[in-house]
Write a protein that binds this ligand. Sequence first.
Ligand code: COA
Length: 340
Amino acid sequence: MTAAIHGSRPAAVVCGLGGGTPPRAVTNDELAERLDTTDEWIRSRTGIGQRYVIEPGMSTGSLAVEAGSRALKSAGLGSVGLVVLATTTPDRPCPATAPEVAARLGMTGVPALDVGAVCAGFVYALSVAAALIVSDTVRDALVVGADTFSTLLHPADRGAGVIFGDGAGAVVLRRGRSEEPGALGPFDLGTDGEHAELIQIPGGGSAQRAGGEPTRAHDHYFTMQGRAVFKHAVLRMTGSVRQALHRAHWAVEDVDRVAAHQANSRILAALAEQLGMPQDRFLSNIDRVGNTAAASVPLLLNDAVADGALRPGDRVVLTSFGGGLAWGTTTLRWPELDIA
Ligand code: COA
């Protein structure tokens, strides 16, 4: 342990937080009216009680604007130097959704980009924004995770169909010092593209178009091999959390709260067991919102601050896993901030 490791250094510091879901909630019972499933199966196998879905006139971009506007208000800022949007469900395949989100928030002229790492997207987006802040390229940034997987699900898919919901969450980062509350610690990021087929939308991309294959409507739906993904999720998040703790010089016992991607409550239980952490350190809102993909971690933080489960000074681990396969983890001491 050297002074260089523990000494003060430039860092990206969380200074604003916001989140939101569309108004329409869909209960498990409502899903069971059109899918061969039950409330009991969904609750016991996933921990999910309901999820929210968008209605006509809404989109990933509109959810991102709402969450982003709340995060800016929470930070007390009217604008920032960068907008990064993590999403797998952009408003259109081209162009990126982030520039329009930035413009709708009153920010034209700023760099704005989408980041695609499926359910790991928010932690990836944080890492991109943090790097641009620490390198002095920008002073501050809005980082949004927003997804509307309800638009990707096949109406007859009872596997993925019961776990996903729509939502958005956002944080504001500013340039600061590593010893400040809210400073993001080192990141652990990784992918394993050999398992790309476990989570995918097979059609609509260049591989299909270049092959001249006819587009089949079915190919545009999201597919997931749930049981295999479950195992990879536990394995990869366990390894990633250990790496990030190691880099932050934190022991497992130092962690007060874990904000892990909300895909399935049984994954959270397995992760807690693998890490040797009490389950009650794991924040959870999966019962209310389901798996909101890139929105999952920031929406969880927002809900946890709102209900008092996450408090200033808490040492928090953020970890996520998704298609790619991709995973990412970072750490921070939770700062004092108000949410809208
Ligand atoms: N209702 C009732 N039965 C269902 C069902 C549903 N909604 N979904 C699947 N089943 C059935 C299956 O058909 C299967 O039946 P069988 O044994 O007769 O063949 C049985 O339940 C078990 O299926 P399986 O796919 O193994 O279920 P599971 O316990 O793995 O749960 C998921 C399915 C999708 C909830 C679960 O695999 C999961 O959460 N995976 C991880 C998702 C994830 O982490 N994603 C991260 C990136 S977003």
